[in-house]
Structure formats: C-alpha cells, structure tokens
Design a protein around this ligand. Structure first.
Ligand SMILES: CCCCCCCCCCCCCCCCCCCCCCCC(=O)SCCNC(=O)CCNC(=O)[C@H](O)C(C)(C)COP(=O)(O)OP(=O)(O)OC[C@H]1O[C@@H](n2cnc3c(N)ncnc32)[C@H](O)[C@@H]1OP(=O)(O)O
Ligand SMILES: Cc1cc2nc3c(=O)[nH]c(=O)nc-3n(C[C@H](O)[C@H](O)[C@H](O)COP(=O)(O)OP(=O)(O)OC[C@H]3O[C@@H](n4cnc5c(N)ncnc54)[C@H](O)[C@@H]3O)c2cc1C
Length: 664
C-alpha cells in the first residue's frame, strides 16, 4: 500500500462528521469560512511561498520577510480585509515580522494606556502604517523585573519635555522585535522622574528613526541583536538594541491613562489602577494561549499523519508491517498531545471571552477582576507554551529519523515556537505570579471573602479537603463530576498545604522565596484544573454534527486522565485518589486510545491546515511521503553538483595521501 492509500484508508474509518468538527475547531462557521479563505489566499500566492526559507542567509531572509510584509499589506488594502481577516492572513503567512509587534503590542499599548487625545493622534497613523511601532520594555540588564528597568524619563519643566536617557550599558533596550531595523517609533518603558522624584515605570511614545530617510534620530543608537536559535525561524525578526543619549520628547508623549504629568511636573493619578500599565502584556498573553493550540495542532497533525503512513516490524506471512500509530507506546505519546491541542483551543476561546469581559469592565471603571485576568493569562500562557514546546519536540521524536529533517517542518516549528516560553514573561516567573494570587485567595478565605471565577472552588475548600473520590470501575472515570472533583481536590489541597507552610515563616516574602518551587507546582495544578474544567464546559454546549461530541468527550478524558497519570504523585500524596483508582484511570486511558485510534487522522484533518501552512513533507494531506521526501533531498544545494565544491582542495589530496601511505 502507498502512503497515499494509507491516509485514504484511514479517512474511511472515521466515525464522526469532520466538517462539523472543523467548525468546532475554528470556533464558529464564520471563523471557519474566514480562516479557510485566508489560508487558501496565502497558499495560492507565489509571493508567500516559504520553500527553502531555512537555507537563506540572515540578510536575504530578512529582506524576504520585508517583501512578504509589504506584499501582505498591499493585499490587505487591495482586498479591503478586516482586522480579523488580516490577523488570519498573518497567521498563514507564517513568518514572524515587525508587523507582529506593530499590531500586536504598539497599537494595543496606545489603545490601553493612552488618553483619548493620544489615541486620536497616534492610532490613525499606526493603522495606516504611516508610522511603524515596536514595544521597547526589556533591557540588557532586566526583563522579568519590570520595576528594575533603568532607562529614565526626566521631566524638564522649562521646555515641557521628557528627557529619555540610557544611564548605563545594562539600561540598553534589548530584544524588542521590529526595533533592530524597521520601527520608526516605539513605546519605551522608562522610570518617570519629575521634580527630582521617581514615580515608577511608564510608557512613552518615542520616535526612533526619520520618516524621510530612516536614519536614527540624533542621540539614538540602534541595531539588531544578532542571530537567534535555529535556521529561518525567529531570525526573520529584527530584535533590537537601543540606547538614548538625552533624547527629548514632548510631555504629551507619555502614555497618561494611568498617571498624568502636568505642565508644572506634578503627577496626578487617575482612577485606574497602576497595573493597567501592564495591560498590553495581559492582552498578548491571551493571544499567545490561542496561538499555542495552533502550533501544537500543527505538530500533532504532522506526527499523526506520518504515524499512519510509517510502518515498522510486525509483518506476518509476507504481509504488510504494522503502522507505527498502532503501537500502544506511540498512541500513549501521541494521543494526549492531540487531546491537548483541542484542550488548549477551548481554553484559549474561553480566555478570549474573559479578556473581552475584563476590557468592557475596565471601560466602565470596574477593576475587580483584573487580578484574576492577570493570573489566568499569566498561568495559562505559561502552561500552554511549556506544553506546546515540549510537544513539538515529542512529535519530532514520534516521526523517528525523518522528523529530524528540516523537510518534516518540525525543526523550524520548534525553533520558532520555543521562545514563547520566555517572551511575554518567563514561564516560571509567571507561575510565581499565579502562586501569589492563589496564596492571597487562600489567606482571605477566613475573612469571609468568597472567591469567584476560576478560584470559586477554593470557597468549598473544607469539602474538598475531606472528599473521597467515588471511583470503583474504570467507567467511573468518564463522569465529568468525578474528574472535576479530583482536579479541584488536588489543587485545593496543594494550595492549602503551601499556605500552611508559608504561615510558618515570620516574613512571608522569605517564605515565598524558600517555598517557590512548591508554589509553582500548586500553580500548575490550578492551571491544569482550569483547562480541564473549560473542556468539560465545552462538552455541555449543544455541539452539532454526527459523533462530534463523542470524539470531544474522548479527547477531554484523554487530556484529564493523562495528566492524572503524569502527575500521579500530586494526586496520591494529597490523598485525592487511591492507587487502585489511579490504576483504573490508566485502564480507562488505554481504552480511550483504542477509541480515538480510527478517528485520529480525521481529528487532525479537522484543523483544516493547508499543506502550505504545514510546510511538512511528513504531514502532507495526501500521505505521499516517500516519493516527496526523495524529491526534496535532491533540492538541497549540496546536490547541485555531483562532486562537491571542496573536493579538489580537501578530499582529493586526502585520498592521495592515503594512497601514498598505503604504498609505503
Ligand atoms: C509578514 C506578514 C505581514 C502581515 C501584516 C498584517 C498583520 C496584521 C495583523 C497582525 C496581528 C499580530 C498579532 C501578533 C500577536 C503578538 C505577538 C507578539 C510576539 C511576542 C513578542 C514578545 C514581546 C515581549 O516579550 S514584551 C516584554 C514582556 N515582559 C514581561 O512579560 C515581563 C515579565 N514581568 C512582569 O510581567 C512583571 O513585572 C511581574 C509580573 C513579574 C511583576 O513583578 P513585581 O511583583 O515586581 O510587580 P509589581 O510591578 O510590583 O506589581 C505587583 C502587582 O501587580 C500585579 N500585576 C503584575 N502584572 C500584572 C498584569 N500584567 N496585570 C495586572 N496586574 C498585574 C501583581 O499581581 C501584583 O498585584 P498585588 O495585588 O499587589 O499582589
Ligand atoms: C524571541 C524574543 C522576543 C522578545 N521580544 C520582546 C519585545 O518585543 N519587547 C520586549 O520588551 N521584550 C522582548 N523580549 C524579552 C522578553 O520579554 C524577556 O526575555 C522575558 O520577559 C524574560 O526576561 P529575562 O530575559 O530578563 O529573563 P530572566 O528574568 O533573566 O530569566 C533568567 C532565569 O531566571 C529565572 N528567574 C528570574 N526571576 C526569577 C524569580 N523572581 N524567581 C525565580 N526565578 C526567576 C527565570 O525563570 C529564568 O530561568 C523578547 C524575548 C525573546 C526571547
């Protein structure tokens, strides 16, 4: 059987309506149609082809990205694409560029932190791309510790200006995307100083380059920070270094929604909390969670299709060998990743809803759920990006040797994805933020303050500390209430145990530092509970399409029970479940793998990824892997000549030398 036939045969086994699942995956029929149209538009446009990208040198690669960005912008204008359509188009172009920072951080920072007048002035310019913006927060010396940034913005009352200055080497802005070679402007985060007093870190709109000839403004030193991990990958982005030598900007270029500086240099606080200065990060973390499912689905799609095509061992009587997807070990590694892709999709959808809700509340001056929004975006960003980066690498291994070839698409996907564990907040630092939020919530339980939202379960802490898991058979693990209670009890017990340990320290900050590794574990348990509960919520919705709900149920339980298996130590040590119940969960997991198996190919087809987007010979929709892999090898520049360049200089003399030695 050829690879092509393998996948056709697999598709015949499907037990659910794939088109209906495509809509569930996309979020709505509207989202499906729109993303499908944009995927095809990009795939059919030769200007967006990405073959050979990994072989380009840095300069060529970067120029190629500039060309694509300009072409994308041209198409956006020609076709009058909406912001939503442009977002999908960017996704399928599949190449990080300065436009990400412009649209994803510069514009949102002005929207979130700028006053009405500032928005009226700057947004039209940014929307028309008459200026290009970056987000310059991180410095050489500090990234995580935002309060430790050293760049200064000193108010000069004589001229009604701020003087932006880099006082030390470590105060150099370092990392901002789009900054190195493209941006004309940036939101620069600096310590505000007025009348000799410091007022914390704030954002300032600073022009960096001339709009006429692109030369840096005098007093500004700016460039690219150099090559990053992997070929192609994130090297399409010009992450930059920037220093200021007493650069003057008008007073009205400080983003003043949170704090206003008057003509006299007086600071006047508005009614919005200081944390709103961090609002852009909350927005981007939310988009990163949604993107995690996209990247994970991509890797899983490649590994699943290839696992159905690939055969090793098991031939009987000269018959065909076993498809590697039929090995239980392959299933136990692959199917939880497939389930995670769906789980992250749904939690991403929910987080988007939460973000929209918070934004509306903020506009009405209701700041009550800001701490929860921060904890959820930080925690889920950490959980989903860590899991996705690990999963892409696991998918590479699931594809055996061929997974290591760039033609598999997996090396570049890994290299471009892995910094998501660091940017927009180091994943451990973010989990520590969640831990602070959880410990605060637990400490307030005694005062009668009822936790709400994702921590509502902590309000039932007494019950959860005593509850006994009610599982007697493997089938009992298919009850949503049972699974939810196990995850809630585990998280609640871990939080309470950490809070009790913390209370033994005289100084809470010392305790927090000493117990930080344990606290991070509690944060992970809490975030996993959120993902499981949002998946279970999804199952309660009316989901149309033959067999779709059944598949989603299977995936949901695979996600939850695999976590239970992986984090068994937590569940057993907190006494949420017994070893016998853990063993039953494992039996159920194996059964679920068998049920998913005939639907695996259709479940990845439901992602609706074009071959252009996947960029993988192993993950081709038609399964025609071997002929295409063979064809691909010959495209390598090393194969341009039969005898390699360097033969006469290095190989030939060596061979001759050996011949001479042999004669001796
Ligand atoms: C080629 C194609 C072309 C196509 C063209 C067209 C395109 C069109 C469409 C394009 C669409 C593009 C979309 C792209 C999406 C974007 C992709 C972006 C890519 C990523 C780039 C990466 C960017 C970055 O990395 S920016 C830098 C990020 N930096 C960090 O994250 C730093 C991490 N550190 C922190 O967040 C904080 O400092 C923290 C949390 C560690 C704070 O520590 P500390 O305790 O010192 O804090 P304090 O300052 O003292 O405050 C404590 C107090 O505040 C609360 N808090 C903290 N953070 C927040 C927050 N974010 N929100 C709310 N509250 C917060 C905290 O809980 C404390 O509260 P208490 O109540 O006091 O306890
Ligand atoms: C590809 C890429 C793109 C980026 N784009 C931008 C951008 O556009 N704009 C921008 O401003 N920045 C950008 N950044 C910077 C990024 O936001 C920071 O690198 C990130 O926030 C991590 O901060 P750091 O580098 O200071 O790490 P560090 O904080 O120095 O982390 C080093 C180690 O210390 C640990 N650590 C740090 N603090 C603590 C703590 N309190 N407790 C326990 N452990 C701790 C971390 O877990 C980590 O293991 C980008 C970074 C990358 C890699």
């Amino acid at each position: 059987m050829k690879g092509v036939d393998h996948l056709a045969h697999e598709r015949n086994k499907t037990e659910f309506d794939v088109d209906a699942m495509k809509i569930v995956w996309a979020g709505s029929r509207h989202a499906f149609e729109l993303s499908d149209r944009m995927a095809r538009l990009v795939a059919s446009d030769p200007a967006f082809q990405k073959d050979g990208r990994i072989r380009l040198g840095r300069k060529e690669l970067f120029k190629n990205t500039l060309r694509k960005a300009a072409h994308a912008w041209k198409r956006i204008l020609e076709l009058h694409l909406t912001e939503e359509e442009a977002g999908w188009l960017r996704n399928f172009v599949d190449e990080p560029s300065f436009t990400d920072l412009h649209w994803g951080m510069f514009v949102p920072a002005i929207k979130g932190q700028g006053t009405d007048e500032q928005q009226q002035k700057w947004l039209p310019l940014a929307y028309k791309m008459q200026i290009i913006g970056s987000y310059a927060q991180t410095e050489l010396g500090h990234g995580s510790n935002v309060q430790g940034l050293e760049t200064t913005a000193t108010f000069d009352p004589e001229t009604d200006e701020f003087v932006i200055h880099s006082p030390t080497l470590t105060s150099s802005k370092w990392w901002p995307g789009g900054l190195g070679k493209v941006s004309t402007h940036a939101i620069v985060y600096a310590r505000l100083i007025t009348n000799g007093q410091e007022h914390g870190v704030h954002g300032f709109i600073v022009q960096l380059r001339s709009l006429d000839d692109h030369m840096p403004i005098p007093g500004i030193t700016i460039g690219d920070i150099g090559m990053k991990f992997g070929n192609g990958a994130y090297n399409t982005m010009d992450n930059g270094v920037l220093t200021f030598d007493h650069i003057r900007i008008p007073r009205n270029q400080m983003l003043m929604r949170v704090l206003q500086v008057t003509r006299e240099g007086k600071c006047v606080k508005s009614n919005v909390p200081r944390q709103l200065i961090y609002g852009t990060m909350v927005f981007v973390r939310q988009t990163i969670v949604a993107d995690a499912s996209t990247a994970l689905a991509r890797a899983v799609c490649i590994a699943t299709r290839y696992s159905a095509v690939r055969r090793q061992f098991g031939s009987q009587d000269g018959g065909m060998e076993t498809q590697v997807i039929d090995y239980k070990t392959q299933q136990s590694r692959l199917f939880p990743l497939l389930a995670s892709a769906y789980a992250f999709r749904f939690v991403g959808e929910w987080l988007k809803w939460l973000y929209t809700d918070v934004t509306q509340r903020l506009q009405a001056n209701d700041f009550s759920i800001l701490p929860e929004a921060h904890a959820c975006t930080a925690g889920l960003k950490s959980l989903t990006t860590t899991a996705t980066a690990d999963a892409i690498e696991e998918c590479r291994k699931l594809c055996g040797g061929h997974g290591y070839l760039c033609a598999s698409g997996l090396p570049e996907l890994f290299a471009v994805y892995v910094p998501a564990c660091t940017y927009e907040g180091d994943n451990v630092v973010l989990l520590l933020q969640v831990a602070r939020f959880l410990m605060k919530t637990v400490s307030q339980l005694g005062s009668g303050k009822k936790p709400v939202g994702t921590t509502a379960y902590l309000g039932r802490v007494q019950d959860l500390l005593q509850c006994c898991c009610d599982v007697q058979t493997a089938e009992d693990w298919l009850k949503p209430s049972v699974v939810l209670e196990a995850f809630e009890a585990r998280s609640a017990r871990m939080c309470v145990a950490r809070a009790q340990n913390l209370s033994k320290f005289e100084n809470p900050e010392d305790g927090f530092a000493e117990l930080s590794a344990d606290l991070v574990e509690a944060s992970v348990a809490h975030c996993q509970l959120i993902v499981v509960s949002k998946f279970i919520d999804k199952l309660q919705q009316d989901i149309p399409g033959k067999g779709v709900n059944r598949q989603l149920q299977n995936l949901c339980y695979i996600y939850a029970l695999n976590l239970l298996h992986k984090y068994l130590g937590d569940f057993l040590s907190t006494g949420c479940i017994t070893p016998k119940q853990a063993s039953l969960a494992n039996d159920q997991l194996r059964s679920l793998y068998s049920q998913i198996r005939p639907n695996a190919i259709a479940l990845v087809d439901a992602f609706n990824y074009t071959d252009h987007y996947l960029g993988s010979v192993l993950g081709r929709y038609d399964g025609n892997v071997y002929p295409k892999l063979y064809e691909e090898a010959w495209k390598d520049p090393l194969n341009d000549s039969v005898v390699p360049d360097g033969y006469h200089e290095y190989i030939h003399p060596m061979l001759k030398q050996q011949l001479r030695n042999a004669r001796l």
